[in-house]
Design a protein around this ligand. Structure first.
Ligand code: SF4
Length: 93
């Protein structure tokens, strides 16, 4: 009986040593995917406003050094004009 439980413990430990790093790798891959930005083409980005909507009014916009300087976007890759627009536009609340 004692042998069985010690074997199970060893088996459980060995199984954990194999499974846990694999799970950690999957979680890291998932996080990297979640943080990856989309391309401008993917979101049909344009450097001009659309029906009065522009990046500077969008919740995803990260302003540059001044009101007119290009900034970045939390979901679209690359330099983003404050007067730009894309299909993911979401007005600040
Ligand atoms: S989601 Fe689109 S509209 Fe909003 S800041 Fe990013 S590029 Fe501009």
């Amino acid at each position: 009986m004692r042998d069985f439980s010690s074997r199970m413990t060893r088996r459980t430990f060995v199984g954990s040593a194999v499974v846990l790093p694999a799970l950690a790798g999957l979680l890291l891959a998932e996080t990297a995917t979640a943080q990856a930005k989309g391309s401008k083409a993917q979101f049909k980005y344009q450097s001009t406003p659309n029906n009065g909507h522009k990046c500077s009014q969008c919740t995803f916009f990260v302003p540059g050094s001044s009101a007119t300087a290009s900034g970045t976007c939390k979901i679209v890759d690359g330099s983003i004009s404050p007067t730009g627009w894309c299909t993911a536009f979401s007005a600040k609340g």
